[in-house]
Design a protein around this ligand. Structure first.
Ligand code: GLC
Length: 593
């Protein structure tokens, strides 16, 4: 028996809630009659270092991004999220910020940034910045002042004496581990204390129990809002607060997780004292309030928050807010990354696995909120490498067809895949802090290779002889220029999906989905008085035939409008809902006649 799930799409502004049926999980419709710009938006993540190099140094930059805004516009993008562009020694490629109020010189200047915003606005494109609240760089003036115990900065960071054992050895305050291997505490000779860094040694954690820090970080938000950004993606939110020390000043050790025997690996411990604290939620609610206040004073469109949390779902859902307070509009939905087989290699995931992933979000999302779909990002392997190259279009179809916000990581629209990076070429601290034997388990470099614009030298990314990370040799065929010119390519399919997303049914309609055996995943989007659309995907490597009439509550004929690279179906081909043959890995979108 296939599982049937019906949901009234939460975006369906003026509709009444539908009744759930057959073990269905239903949710109430939004009660508002308007739909805000972001609720069915197409977000696009740019990793600036790898997008487009304008000055021939082998590193992407802001003018490079500005030069490609027309590409983004053509791609249907509503808002661009830029990974960090601030001044940084690049220990974690911009997630270690030395100056929250300025631009990294390799990427350009504040003038270049203002120009980017201006040019984006001309094209009705919004720009979202990465806000990194948990930590700064150790090269930030704030940290230097804190090391010197300058007035007002003494408690800007998480300092602690640690302990000295009977043998006179200095010991860190607790067993806490950093995200990039090893202790989360680093001894500072000058201050004669340990500081906490939940990521690299060069990324000291700010102290959110200090109101001056909270106010300072709000200043950061206001500064960039004043420069015209439409919101923020909030980095590593769950790490902002740690538990308070006990009465003797001791931080509790975290328990072992049992997941790994490697005591330096952060997953060696369960992070019950260093992540997901209740105070963190309140901080996000305060930031949302700041955006609301800003809009009230300055006008303009809603400013948005997207939060990054790899926490348990019940905690993630709390970022949306609660009955009394609003939170982030888009707590990232990472279910397509963490779900499935759990080992992040989902090439064999059957249709029921996809259903599980989809329902994990839709069934748990609080009423009156909007779903979002993230397939990948700069921290993960490429979608085609995780789900299999045969399913690249299927994943883009899902991303664009499911109700709510779509968030595409640059390059997924052309089907870029991971490049194996040698130990010598590795740049990511997550890899470089390990060793040549094991770095591939941790490295995030494979998904960060330069964007593939054309089949020209260096994929049209840079005129330099070398680039900061090597270019995937598949650029010869996998690139924007070639795919644009092709009759059918990942890019042309993506563009068809963009057009489909503009229909009322996709923007406002209900969703119903079901797995049929191991092979077939079928999703229906429907809206009264509008066309009904079906996404029919064979997710495995064998042919299958299916009758979707009963589970999807449809009948009659449907016309093919989009098909994946594997499919030989032509636009206009007619199929009958009770007898659909899909070849191995074939995926199509059909519309009611
Ligand atoms: C987030 C970023 C990641 C970075 C980390 C520390 O997870 O996405 O790239 O390394 O935070 O800032």
């Amino acid at each position: 028996m296939s599982k049937i799930i019906t949901l009234l799409l939460l975006l369906a502004a003026s509709q009444q809630p539908t009744l759930a049926c057959d073990g269905v999980i239903g949710q109430t419709a939004r009660t508002t009659t308007t739909r805000d710009w972001w609720q069915s938006a197409q977000f696009y993540q740019i990793y600036p270092r790898s997008f487009k190099d304008s000055n021939g140094d082998g590193i992407g930059d802001l003018p490079g991004i500005t030069s490609q805004l027309d590409y983004l516009k053509e791609l249907g993008v509503t808002a661009v999220w830029l990974s960090p562009i601030y001044t940084s020694p690049m220990a974690d490629f911009g997630y270690d910020i030395a100056d929250f109020f300025d631009i990294q010189p390799e990427y350009g200047t504040l003038d270049d940034f203002d120009n980017l915003i201006q040019e984006a606005n001309k094209r009705d494109l919004k720009v979202i910045l990465d806000f990194v609240p948990n930590h700064s760089s150790d090269e930030n003036e704030w940290f230097k002042k804190s090391v010197r115990r300058e007035k007002g900065y003494e408690d800007y960071y998480m300092w602690h004496d640690g302990y000295v054992d009977d043998a006179g050895n200095r010991l860190p305050p607790s067993n806490w581990l950093q995200g990039f291997r090893g202790s989360a505490w680093e001894w500072n000779e000058q201050r004669q204390q340990y500081y906490l860094h939940q990521f690299a040694v060069k990324q000291p954690d700010l102290n959110y129990r200090n109101p001056t820090v909270v106010a300072q970080m709000k200043r950061v938000l206001k500064y960039w809002l004043d420069r015209g950004v439409a919101g923020f993606r909030i980095d590593a939110v769950p790490w902002c607060f740690e538990v308070l020390p006990d009465a003797t000043g001791r931080y509790p050790d975290e328990p072992k997780s049992g997941y790994t025997d490697d005591p330096d690996d952060s997953s060696y411990l369960l992070h019950i004292y260093t992540q997901d604290q209740p105070e963190t939620l309140d901080m996000v609610y305060q930031w949302r309030q700041l955006l609301e206040d800003y809009q009230r004073i300055h006008g303009g469109d809603t400013r948005v928050l997207l939060t990054e949390a790899w926490s348990p779902l019940d905690y993630v859902m709390k970022f949306y807010g609660n009955r009394t307070v609003e939170g982030a509009q888009m707590p990232f939905n990472f279910q397509f990354i963490v779900g499935g087989n759990g080992d992040k290699n989902n090439t064999q995931l059957p249709a029921s696995g996809f259903v599980k992933i989809i329902s994990s979000w839709l069934d748990n999302m609080p009423a009156e909120h909007t779903a979002n779909w993230v397939m990948g990002n700069h921290d993960q392997r490429r979608v085609g490498s995780r789900y299999g190259e045969q399913r690249i279009d299927t994943m883009n179809m899902l991303q664009m067809f499911l109700p709510g916000v779509s968030i595409t990581y640059m390059g997924e629209e052309i089907g870029m895949t991971d490049l194996d990076i040698s130990w010598e070429d590795s740049r990511d601290p997550a890899a470089c802090n390990s060793n040549s034997e094991i770095y591939e388990q941790f490295t995030r470099d494979p998904a960060r290779t330069p964007f593939q614009w054309s089949n020209a030298e260096n994929a049209g990314f840079s005129t330099n002889s070398t680039t900061w990370l090597p270019i995937n040799p598949n650029y010869v065929t996998v690139n924007v220029q070639t795919e644009k010119a092709a009759t059918k390519s990942h890019l042309t399919i993506y563009n068809q999906l963009v057009a489909l997303r503009k229909t009322k049914t996709l923007q406002l309609g209900d969703v119903r989905y079901s797995a049929f055996g191991d092979n077939i995943l079928a999703i229906k989007r429907s809206l009264k008085n509008e066309k009904t659309y079906l996404l029919l995907a064979n997710v495995l490597n064998s042919d299958a035939t299916v009758d979707v009439t009963r589970e999807l509550k449809v009948s009659g004929n449907f016309k093919t409008i989009i098909s994946n690279m594997i499919s030989t179906a032509k636009e206009g081909d007619v199929i009958s809902a009770d007898n659909i043959l899909l070849k191995a890995y074939e995926a199509i979108v059909v519309e009611s006649e």
